[in-house]
Ligand binder design. Structure first.
Ligand code: MLT
Ligand code: MN
Ligand code: ZN
Length: 299
C-alpha cells in the first residue's frame, strides 16, 4: 500500500493566512525550522496508479501540483484520483470538493451524516451530479473504493463541524459525524484518524496491530491556542485530543501495538512544528513522527 500525506496541517494550514503566532511568524519569515504545510488530506493506493483521496482540502490544487502521482496522465481529461472519502464535514476536509469539478467522474464516500452536510449545500453540485456518485457508507461495513483497497469506517469521539455547531451540540460523542478509516491492502493495515476528542478502549482495540497510524496531532497541550495568545478555545472544545498528559494521545496509545505512529492534522499553534524544539524532540522520543507534506509510507 502506498500512502502520501498530501497535507499535514489542521484547518488554516501553516502559516495561516491571518496569523502571526510565534510559529506562523517563523514560517512567514522562511525560517527553515518550520516547514509550511497545507491542510489535512492523504492519498492511498494499492498500486501507485489508482488513488483514494481521503479528505478534500482547500489546498487540493496545490497538493496535486506538488505530487506527480496525482497528475492527470492519459488522454485529454484524466485523474488518478478514482474515489474521495470524507472523515468529517469540516471546511479543511470538504472545501477542496469545489476544486474537483470540470466534469470529472469519481465516487464520493462518507457516512450519510457527512455526505448529508455536503449534499445540503447546493454549491457542491459543481461536482457534476451526472458523473460524481455520492455513496453513503455505514460504519463498520467494509467497502472497496479502489479495487484492492478495503476500507472500514468507524465512529470516533468528536463533534459536528464548526460551521454546523449549535446549542445542542455535544463534544466527544461517538456518532457518524466524525469517523476514522481503517484502510487495508495486501494484508497491510493503515488507520487514519485526523480528528479525535478522546482515546477509548474500543479505539485502542480497533487499531491494535496496525502497520501505521496517522492520528490527530492538532494540539500538544489542551490550551495551545490560549498559550499562543490567538484564541480562547481548548483542543477539547474543538474535538481534538492533546498529545501530552495522562489522558493525551501519546500516553493513551503507548501500550497499543502500532507499527508506525504519525501525527497529522497539526495546528499552526502546536510547538512540535518547530524542528529542533524540545517539544518536537519529546514527541519523537516517545516514538512519534510529526508529518510534513509529501511524507510517504510504503506498507
Ligand atoms: C477542526 O479540525 O477543528 C476544524 O477543521 C476547524 C475548522 O473548521 O476550522
Ligand atoms: Mn480540521
Ligand atoms: Zn499561527
Amino acid at each position: 500500500m502506498h500512502v502520501v500525506i498530501l497535507g499535514s496541517a489542521a484547518g488554516g494550514g501553516v502559516p495561516q493566512w491571518n496569523c502571526r503566532c510565534s510559529i506562523c511568524s517563523l514560517a512567514w519569515d522562511g525560517d527553515p525550522r518550520v516547514k509550511p504545510r497545507t491542510q489535512s488530506s492523504i492519498a492511498v493506493s494499492p498500486d501507485g496508479e489508482r488513488w483514494l483521496l481521503v479528505n478534500a482540502s482547500p489546498d487540493i490544487r496545490q497538493q496535486i501540483q506538488a505530487n506527480r502521482a496525482m497528475f492527470p496522465r492519459e488522454g485529454l481529461r484524466h485523474s488518478p484520483i478514482h474515489s474521495v472519502l470524507l472523515t468529517n464535514g469540516d471546511v479543511d476536509h470538504v472545501a477542496g470538493l469545489l476544486t474537483l469539478r470540470e466534469g470529472q467522474a469519481f465516487t464520493l464516500y462518507g457516512t450519510a451524516d457527512i455526505l448529508g452536510s455536503v449534499g445540503d449545500n447546493r454549491v457542491f453540485d459543481v461536482m457534476a451530479t451526472n458523473v460524481v456518485t455520492r455513496q453513503p457508507i455505514a460504519v463498520d461495513k467494509t467497502f472497496e473504493p479502489v479495487l484492492g483497497l478495503n476500507v472500514t469506517l468507524f465512529s470516533v469521539p468528536g463533534k459536528v463541524p464548526l460551521w454546523l455547531e449549535d446549542a445542542s451540540m455535544e463534544i466527544g460523542a461517538e456518532t457518524e459525524t466524525t469517523v476514522g478509516a481503517m484502510i487495508e491492502a495486501d494484508g497491510k493495515r493503515l488507520a487514519y484518524i485526523p480528528g479525535c476528542a478522546r482515546v477509548t478502549d474500543g479505539l485502542k482495540q480497533r487499531i491494535a496491530g496496525v502497520d501505521a497510524l496517522l492520528f490527530d496531532g492538532t494540539v500538544l497541550e489542551d490550551d495551545d491556542m490560549i498559550r499562543a495568545g490567538v484564541g480562547t478555545k481548548t483542543g477539547w472544545r474543538m474535538g481534538h485530543i492533546q498529545m501530552n498528559g495522562e489522558t493525551g494521545s501519546i500516553a493513551s496509545l503507548a501500550e497499543v501495538e502500532i507499527g508506525r505512529r504519525v501525527f497529522v492534522h497539526i495546528n499552526n499553534t502546536n510547538p512540535v512544528l518547530v524542528e529542533g524544539s524540545p517539544e518536537r524532540a519529546s514527541v519523537e522520543e516517545r516514538g512519534w513522527t510529526v508529518a510534513h507534506d509529501g511524507l510517504s509510507l510504503e506498507l
